[in-house]
Design a protein around this ligand. Sequence first.
Ligand code: PMP
Length: 383
Amino acid sequence: MKYFDLAATTPPHEEVIRTVAEVMAQHYGNPSSLHRLGEDSGKLLSKAREVCAQALQVDSGEIMFTSGATESNNMAIRGAMTAYRQRGNHIVTTMVEHPSVYETCRYLEQQGCKVTYVPVQAGGSVCAEDVLAAVREDTVLVSVMHVNNETGAVQPIEDIGRVLKNRHPRVLFHVDGVQGFGKLPLSIKDSRIDLYSLSAHKFRGPKGIGLLYVREGVILAPLITGGGQEGGFRSGTENLPYIVGMAKAVRMAAERQPALAEHLSRLAHELYEGLQSLPGLQINSSLAGAPHIIHFSSPGMKAETMLHMLEEEGFFVSTQSACSSKRSEPSRVLLAMGRDRDSALSGIRISLGEEHTEEDVRQLLGAIKRTIGRLQRLKGGNS
Ligand code: PMP
């Protein structure tokens, strides 16, 4: 079986697995304990924080460990809206955010917040000026993802951040960096980002661990109160094995980013060329997007049927994104891009990784071609 669903999650690096096991076995002390075992764990925790900070080119005091990007996104948005209530209650975000941002904004709307969901262009990207034009007197936070998890569309983060901070220096800028990190370069500092979310399992770290970059000076109301760990931002005994495992994965992903992007772009090129030659497909992503996500619709064919037929052929792919694939509703992201319901119900996402070769891509294309042929014959037989 070939796994082409790396945007859903990645198999962890062997080294990460070894590190997690080692820390679990040997460094079980609680970092808050005063004895030597605790102190050793505390040192390891600080080291992991430094490694993450270095990879992101920020200060170690600006890294908060969380249980993953869902928590990081919640912490950034809810935490900022509570802490800066006196500034206003308006959020600017986009129509294509991951549910951990989108549903959080919807929830906050029920609690009295005002939210502007900026529309995207046909390619799935927002226009930076549209985001900036939505900022008002009472705007507290702008939240825009770097790379879309369904289509790979890239948002103009640097343009938004720079102009936002020139025009409205007090408005906070949050970026969900989950699908961009390790694939595309992005400078947190140059893009004037205040809050940046990551999930380790998207770049070969463990699941259930992530981080939130919180720029020095930014205050968030905690979501989880208790013993005051993570500078009081996020209480609870730290998951040291996963934190150290994530630090290893963060470092490797940052170091390998340029080479990986080059490899992925080569494969994506080949995949696009092959898909474009197949009749009846609507390609919803492009080479201008992130190099690891390729998305197409096959109107008239159920995405789930296609996914299972490709699985029979030996390939794991995804419908929409893993988080929404169990609901057979049309993709909110594709609808926002102006696609019709039929296209939004028949989306297939292929996501690439360093393990894939050009031969793998050719085999996948062959399987897609055969599957479409079978589905078209079935459709023809039914009509
Ligand atoms: N944001 C984006 C863009 C994602 O792709 C995901 C994972 N699907 C998340 C946030 C949430 O990450 P996690 O499920 O690890 O909390």
